[in-house]
Design a protein around this ligand. Structure first.
Ligand code: SF4
Ligand code: SF4
Length: 327
């Protein structure tokens, strides 16, 4: 007998949750030509988009926002902004795995305290037809097993509490849908780190540098890109309580941008070709060696939103094909 919830009860569960916490999740703008799905505050279950595939910005925006005030300072005080508890509802498994890996990155070797505070305040409910993997750090996982039923897997005291809700029951007759999916032969190629590391002289990097626009979108939309910059903003005419007399601000950055590696009198990566190689090196050489995982969950966002139609999978496939020549 499995803990399960019927599809018709999901709306009631959502209504109960949104009565207690702000609930955010994927929504669809059917009129949009591209970029139809986004994460937004859900005022009603009708706005929730099942099977969203991928949104423009990944859920990292809730833990590591595009722009944020880390703390305000002035009058001899430091005041961090208050954080509120929210629920992220209905993420798919890939996005859940992206958060799991980002949790690792933001915990070691240096703990990002701001990220950790936000992370504790955000509860996550995943809904997917695939079974839960062991790379998830969510509160509740709902696996669709037939057109009417979702198996429920609580992973935290909060998830257990939700599963106490009367909408959940023990049902013995739920079906199963196929959950098999092939292991990715590109991202998990056994020699990918060596292949990318040894590819610096491969002509593909010049070819990419001829087409890439240096825009950084591939980093902004990536659930696992986490580079940021920190700047102080000071205006002593302002009131420290209500305005920003002194603010330490953090915002997303991208290693694809020309000034990313610029320091006083020097730029470590002035050439676009080097920045592109570095993007791949970080994801497919450094991160597997540092964290035991590639810096990619294969969500496809960087492919969909790259204005130059660069497809990282095609790049990796070409490097794998030419392995013998990449020395
Ligand atoms: S597919 Fe692109 S955007 Fe998605 S995780 Fe991989 S590198 Fe990042
Ligand atoms: S999104 Fe495409 S064009 Fe923009 S920096 Fe990335 S690879 Fe280059």
């Amino acid at each position: 007998m499995s803990l399960a919830i019927h599809k018709k009860d999901l709306a009631d569960l959502f209504r109960d949750l949104s009565g207690k916490w702000p609930v955010y999740g994927p929504t669809e703008n059917k009129e949009a030509v591209t970029s139809r799905f986004r994460f937004a505050k859900l005022s009603s279950f009708k706005n929730f988009a099942f099977n969203y595939g991928h949104t423009v910005l990944p859920p990292k925006q809730f833990f590591l926002p595009p722009e944020e005030v880390l703390f305000r300072f002035g009058d001899n005080k430091i005041s961090p902004p208050e954080e509120t508890e929210i629920i992220l509802f209905g993420l798919n498994r890939k996005d859940g795995e992206g958060i799991f890996y980002l949790d690792k990155i933001m915990s070691e070797p240096i703990i990002d305290e701001k990220y950790q505070i936000r992370r504790q305040n955000i509860k996550i409910i995943i809904i997917d037809s695939l079974p839960p993997s062991n790379s998830l750090n969510c509160d509740l996982y709902l696996q669709r097993v037939d057109k009417d039923h979702y198996l429920a897997f609580p992973y935290s005291p909060f998830g257990e509490e939700i599963a106490q809700n009367p909408y959940f029951g023990h049902e013995g007759d739920v079906g199963t849908i196929s959950t098999r999916h092939a292991a990715d032969e590109v991202i998990y190629h056994p020699r990918l780190d060596k292949i990318v590391e040894n590819s610096y002289n491969h002509p593909i990097w010049d070819k990419l540098a001829d087409t890439c626009f240096n825009c950084g979108i591939c980093s902004y939309v990536c659930p696992l890109c986490y580079c940021f910059k920190v700047e102080d903003q000071i205006d002593i005419t302002k009131n420290v309580e209500n305005d920003c007399q002194g603010c330490r601000n953090r915002s997303w950055d991208s290693c694809m941008l020309p000034d990313f590696a610029k320091v006083t009198f020097h730029n470590f990566r002035p050439e676009l070709k080097d920045r592109i190689y570095n993007w791949y090196y970080h994801k497919f050489v450094r991160m597997p060696r540092e964290y035991g995982i590639p810096g990619c969950i294969d969500c496809g966002r960087c492919i969909t939103y790259c204005p130059a139609n660069i497809n990282y999978r095609d790049v990796l496939k070409e490097l794998i094909k030419d392995e013998k020549n990449t020395k």
